[in-house]
Unconditional design. Structure first.
Length: 368
């Protein structure tokens, strides 16, 4: 018997997709010598939960559909997941390589060594590395199932230990570790560690798995603690903004350096991501949801995957046009670009669904 549909998870996918677009549009805004710092705070700081949130949602979906109590056939599971992720990853990576080659008038990206490196680390476009990490999570699924069984024996202590360990690891990875060797292979592995080392996102992934495995009691506990959930979310969001302001005010960082410092893997960023997941579950699962909210975020959530895959195309059209005509990326234009990229990507995703493509082509373009 299949489990009931959870609208909140679909809504969260939609919101997180909006956050991912915000981060990438924010990167364009940062090219302005005098960016609007308040807008950057929204696009690049408050949206930072979006990337790790997708690992939470991915783990939730996997463990909700295949809980620990259900039979698990690794071969069948892997076949389904590779079709969902690997085929679109290869298709869109090759598309972006071709897209970049045509725009840059160079085909060096297709040289065998460069092609292998690009596909191994997810370098075809700035957003697609996410699928590489996701593939590693899928490949190691038997390990995560064993780990979750172990952690559920004492979940409070287990997740506290995992969070602390993950926080320390991410802190060192983000701010301290350097590579001094001479091997180019090892240098690449170190430089692109965020593209493949799953431990960067292990806590939020396992948190999503736990939320799925214990969904009913988990939501009952959250519902009873609504006020605390709201307070923690306010405090964590304020912490993100204060850290963003603090590194610029006290350490005299520019906006770009501040964004590179106050990110999703920073200590406050990890706390902010976890509280945001709980906050969204509380408000979209435990409280009434308006009809308009349901309609908007249901559509965004259902189309989130193809929107994610295609949105850099529309963003590059906007930034390329602005650069060609010397148009400065002021705050008002950045907002227009954000709306255009979101709506254009949504229309593309809707068109893919309406075309009724052959199954093989549909799998390559949107994973199903």
């Amino acid at each position: 018997m299949s489990k009931r549909f959870i609208p909140a998870i679909t809504y969260m996918r939609g919101l997180c997709m909006l956050g991912v677009i915000a981060i990438h549009v924010g990167s364009a805004a940062l090219t302005n010598p005098t960016p609007n710092l308040a807008l950057i705070g929204i696009l690049e700081i408050l949206s930072r939960f979006s990337v790790p949130a997708f690992f939470f949602l991915s783990a939730f979906g996997m463990f909700y559909s295949q809980p620990l109590s259900a039979p698990f056939i690794y071969k069948d599971y892997l076949k389904r997941r590779l079709r969902t992720v690997l085929l679109p990853y290869l298709t869109w990576s090759l598309f972006y390589l071709l897209y970049s080659a045509l725009l840059g008038h160079t085909w060096t990206g297709f040289q065998p060594a460069n092609l292998v490196k690009t596909l191994w680390y997810g370098l075809a476009m700035y957003h697609i590395y996410f699928l590489v990490i996701l593939l590693w999570f899928y490949l190691l699924m038997p390990l995560w199932r064993r780990l979750l069984r172990l952690m559920m024996k004492c979940p409070v202590h287990s997740f506290a230990i995992l969070f602390t360990g993950n926080l320390i690891f991410n802190f060192y990875s983000s701010y301290i570790w350097t590579f001094t060797g001479t091997s180019q292979v090892l240098q690449d592995a170190f430089n692109y560690r965020l593209n493949w080392v799953v431990f960067h996102y292990l806590f939020i992934f396992m948190f999503g798995a736990f939320a799925a495995e214990k969904f009913t009691p988990f939501m009952e506990r959250i519902k009873r603690l609504g006020t605390l959930v709201n307070v923690l979310q306010i405090l964590s969001a304020a912490g993100m903004l204060f850290a963003y302001w603090g590194v610029m005010h006290y350490l005299h960082y520019d906006a770009l350096s501040a964004v590179y410092t106050v990110h999703q893997l920073s200590p406050v960023g990890m706390i902010y991501t976890a509280t945001t997941m709980i906050f969204l579950l509380y408000h979209w699962q435990c409280r009434p949801v308006g009809t308009l909210t349901d309609k908007i975020f249901s559509h965004l959530g259902n189309f989130s995957y193809p929107i994610y895959l295609v949105h850099p195309v529309f963003l590059s059209i906007c930034t390329g046009t602005a650069a060609r005509f010397g148009i400065p990326l002021r705050a008002s234009l950045i907002i227009v670009i954000y709306i255009f990229v979101t709506l254009s990507s949504f229309c593309f995703a809707a068109l893919l669904q309406k075309l009724h493509l052959p199954k093989s082509l549909s799998c390559c373009l949107r994973g199903k």
